[in-house]
Design a binder for this molecule. Structure first.
Ligand SMILES: Cc1cc2nc3c(=O)[nH]c(=O)nc-3n(C[C@H](O)[C@H](O)[C@H](O)COP(=O)(O)O)c2cc1C
Length: 501
């Protein structure tokens, strides 16, 4: 029996403890259907009635522009290096009070891709490209000028158009912070009664896993699903679910922040990875911080990521040009490509999955092992892993892939550790040049699925293409073999097609 069962037990124990005396979900302060155009149209984010207020679209808020510090201070716990603080000015814009619901999406698109089902639930599992298509379709339906011009994978944005669009990263963070400068817009970190997230893991739980006395916010419910939009209190600008429920796509291609001040920045110029913000039902609190930057390929969706719409309050100028595709090995035609399976495993589950993949494909197998192994004691490795993650350590590796240049596709396996990758996997990703290669991640987990591991991999291997990822609960059940074949096929790799020389 695997040690990892203890992880589940610890979850259940902590649930039993903190479950007593708590009630599910807080006051419901409204849902989209409860608001009328009249009552909304008078309001601005600051509570003032401005000249533009008469035109505020139904269920939108006028966010009055201003200058703020985007990113997090170096003292903020669990910040990432890509959150360097810089001064940003944003112009006025309208932002939806709510995440876009499934009913709203379906009414325009005639289909609903969501993993969970319910008209008031936020739409999720929409790719960035689908989100953009929705914006244009709704603009057309309402007689507005569509904002985006889509040409295959490339999308350009007409900043003068008045239709629906996605917020920029800067607009999103400005609106989320709502004038605050803390990790979250609320004074304390969010409890499970204030936001829908992986409630067992409030902010700072990592350092306080065994003794939770030092936590400002105690562990709470993990709902394992999205909830109706607007189920919790609003932020000071009147926006609901800015932390949690679903992450929200932004316009921006992921890139490093510039050091100097910016006005209405629009992100990196090239690439296919788009930033999403705010965290979702499946995220730890540290990954819902105002400054935390998550990303996914624009062609991929997630049950943890949805949409929040904005519209111009003042017309912008010019076009923001579309993404230029970066070339990677085309996993969709794996014939002729050489495949490596590289994995890290502490308790053996990931190893078992890697061996099953090797059995099906005949691909080469490589184990990522640190020179100094982690403790074999479960409680100790929990501490060691969170210490390494907090320090962003890069443990030295004991073995190296001799001819990485020979491989086109790297199937990368790892256990979910504290909602991300174990740091030896980070060492591995930094050791090689993945330009022109495709990474197919697979993650063994104890309930948290991928956590933010896909974002972590994307940040560490910016030049690799990422294929469809696979998550496996612990060692996988009796369907593991079939799940793996289906996943390999989805990525264009089948036993008969794969070539290993
Ligand atoms: C240090 C550590 C941290 C973990 N963190 C998480 C987590 O955040 N979310 C989760 O779902 N499972 C978590 N787990 C459980 C493992 O992901 C799971 O047991 C996995 O199957 C282990 O794979 P392995 O046997 O290959 O090491 C953690 C386990 C360990 C040891």
């Amino acid at each position: 029996m695997k040690r990892t069962v203890f992880f589940l037990l610890t979850f259940l124990l902590s649930l039993t403890f903190i479950g007593c005396g708590r009630e599910q979900a807080a006051e419901n302060t409204g849902s989209p259907g409860e608001h009328t155009a009249g009552s909304e149209s008078e309001e601005t984010a600051s509570g003032k009635t401005g000249t533009a207020s008469a035109e505020v679209p139904e269920n939108f808020v006028l966010i009055e522009g201003g200058t703020f510090q985007m990113g997090s201070p170096e003292t903020e716990a669990w910040r990432s290096e890509d959150e360097s603080q810089h001064s940003v000015t944003v112009s006025d814009f309208y932002m939806s009070r709510y995440e876009l619901t499934q009913a709203e999406y379906e009414a325009v698109m005639g289909e609903n891709p969501s993993s969970f089902s319910g008209g008031d639930l936020p739409v999720e599992n929409v790719t960035w490209l689908e989100a953009v298509a929705y914006c244009n379709a709704r603009s057309e339906q309402e007689g507005l000028t569509p904002v985006y011009e889509v040409s295959g994978q490339s999308v350009s944005w007409d900043r003068s158009a008045d239709g629906y669009r996605l917020p920029t990263e800067a607009e999103w963070e400005y609106a989320c912070r709502a004038g605050t400068e803390m990790p979250f817009y609320m004074e304390n970190s969010p409890s499970a009664e204030e936001a829908n997230y992986y409630g067992h893991y409030p902010y700072m739980i990592e350092e306080n896993y065994f003794s939770q006395g030092n936590l400002t916010v105690q562990p709470g419910e993990y709902r394992q699903t999205t909830v109706s939009v607007g189920s919790f209190g609003a932020n000071p600008f009147g926006l609901y679910d800015m932390h949690g429920n679903v992450g929200e796509w932004t316009w921006d291609i992921y890139g490093e922040y510039p050091a100097d001040g910016q006005t209405d920045p629009t992100g990196a110029e090239n690439g296919t990875r788009r930033v999403y913000r705010g965290g979702g039902w499946n995220d730890f609190a540290k990954n819902m911080r105002c400054a935390y930057r998550a990303m996914l390929d624009q062609e991929k969706g997630s049950f943890n990521v949805g949409i929040r719409l904005v519209r111009n309050a003042v017309a912008g100028n010019g076009n923001v040009e579309g993404a230029v595709l970066e070339a990677g090995a085309d996993a969709g035609s794996a014939e002729g490509n050489r495949v490596l399976i590289a994995y890290f495993s502490w308790g053996g589950n990931t190893r078992g999955i890697a061996e099953e993949i090797a059995g099906q494909t005949g691909a080469d197998l490589f184990e990522i092992t640190p020179v100094n192994p982690y403790s074999e004691d479960y409680n100790t490795v929990l501490d060691e892993a969170q210490r390494d993650q907090n320090e962003q350590a890069r443990p030295e590796l004991a073995a190296h892939v001799e001819h990485m240049e020979d491989y086109d596709i790297v199937i990368l396996g790892y256990p979910n550790w504290w909602a991300s990758i174990p740091m030896p996997v980070a060492s591995f990703l930094e050791e090689y040049d993945f330009t022109g290669k495709t990474i197919l991640p697979f993650c063994s987990h104890g309930g948290g699925r991928f956590g933010q591991s896909l974002t972590a991999i994307a940040k560490l291997a910016p030049d690799a293409e990422m294929g469809e990822a696979l998550s496996v609960h612990y060692a996988g059940g009796s369907s593991l073999g079939d799940d793996i074949s289906a996943w390999l096929e989805e990525n264009g790799i089948t036993a008969d097609k794969n070539e290993k020389q």
